[in-house]
Design a protein around this ligand. Structure first.
Ligand SMILES: O=C(O)CCC(=O)C(=O)O
Length: 328
């Protein structure tokens, strides 16, 4: 009887060849730190025109970029960075030798779209009103802090969710970190949505919420009358938000701004569901706690994560600069 010819599939040669190729690629990629490969290969790996490495920040979400040169980025580099932010939801750039001066942060941020000017005038940088200070440093002449602090940043939120034109991308740079605390916690709200029981997803599917800036801010006396008038506006947004690029749903309702679920007729039922969602996000295991180093830059997608500051001792100065890229 004729014996069946042995094929590569039979002896698993194909699998072996594939494994060798994968190992070889990993080796070459590691080697690229030492050997200077022609720049033609860089865009294939990351989309950047210069050599940039991407590492994971947590098992679930977030990435660290090493080697990014903010000053000389091409338009394609900006697109590549955007893609990485939408994919990983949160991106850390660490190891910048110098602090990015406000003029560069402003210039760089504008390349992603229109920047917000925050409603709270006292927190704006004088020469660059699109840069907001986040800070506990006191301005004794005005009996306030020079930047947003406390309740403004210490409960989970998505930036500008109270506005009709909220922020898609936030860029936060650490200028002065306190000796203790001052961390920022991020929750992957798309993974948190996945964890919700099906009956909750069904019950709130398609619902919208009323998102108001003054939900917490009205307790804070440092706004001027005109700022209060401007800030009193509320916006309607979905409770669960579909990301238009990534096509995943995330929990957008947040304890900082969401006041009521419009389609739930009974106010106590609405309060119940909101408390349920806020607790679910607060206790979600899909989290990353960022311990700042000076000059760190963090980018995040407000359609995919919520964040809050942990606070720090009031006598330890903390200062960060933030820009927000608007959705439209
Ligand atoms: O201060 C922080 O750690 C977070 C800042 C914040 O909440 C924001 O930029 O919206």
């Amino acid at each position: 009887m004729a014996q069946k010819q042995k094929t590569p599939w039979d002896s698993h040669i194909f699998i072996k060849i594939l494994s060798i190729l994968v190992l070889a690629s990993a080796f070459i990629w590691e080697l690229s730190d030492i050997v200077h490969f022609p720049s033609i290969f860089w865009p294939i790996a990351t989309g950047f025109s210069s050599r940039v490495h991407i590492n994971k920040l947590t098992d679930g979400f977030g990435a660290t970029l090493v080697g990014l040169d903010f000053i000389n980025m091409t338009d394609d580099d900006i697109k590549a960075l955007e893609k990485i932010i939408w994919t990983h939801k949160l991106v850390l750039v660490r190891g910048n030798k110098m602090s990015l001066p406000p003029v560069e942060l402003h210039h760089f941020s504008r390349r992603f779209g229109t920047l917000a000017i925050h409603v709270e005038g006292a927190s704006r940088l004088q020469d660059f009103p699109e840069i907001t200070r986040i800070s506990n440093i006191r301005d004794n002449t005005k009996n306030t802090t020079i930047g947003l602090s406390g309740k403004h940043v210490e409960s989970f939120h998505a930036d500008l969710s109270w506005s009709e034109n909220p922020a898609t991308l936030s860029i936060l740079q650490s200028v002065k970190k306190p000796a203790h605390g001052g961390d920022t916690i991020f929750i992957d709200t798309q993974a948190a949505y996945e964890d919700l029981p099906q009956f909750v997803k069904d019950a709130l599917d398609g619902s919208t919420g009323k998102y108001c800036y003054l939900k917490l801010m009205k307790e804070i006396a440092k706004l001027s009358a005109s700022e209060i008038a401007a800030a009193e506006k509320c916006a309607i947004h979905p409770i669960f938000r579909l990301h238009p690029i990534i096509n995943k749903v995330g929990i957008y309702a947040n304890p900082s701004d969401t006041t009521v679920i419009n389609e739930v007729k009974d106010r106590s039922d609405s309060d119940y569901w909101l408390r349920y969602l806020f607790d679910h996000v607060e206790n979600s295991p899909h989290r990353y706690v960022h311990r700042w180093q000076n000059n760190d830059l963090l980018f995040w997608d407000n359609r995919a994560v919520q964040h809050k500051a942990t606070g720090c001792p009031p006598d330890e100065p903390r200062l960060l600069y933030r820009t927000l890229v608007l959705e439209k």
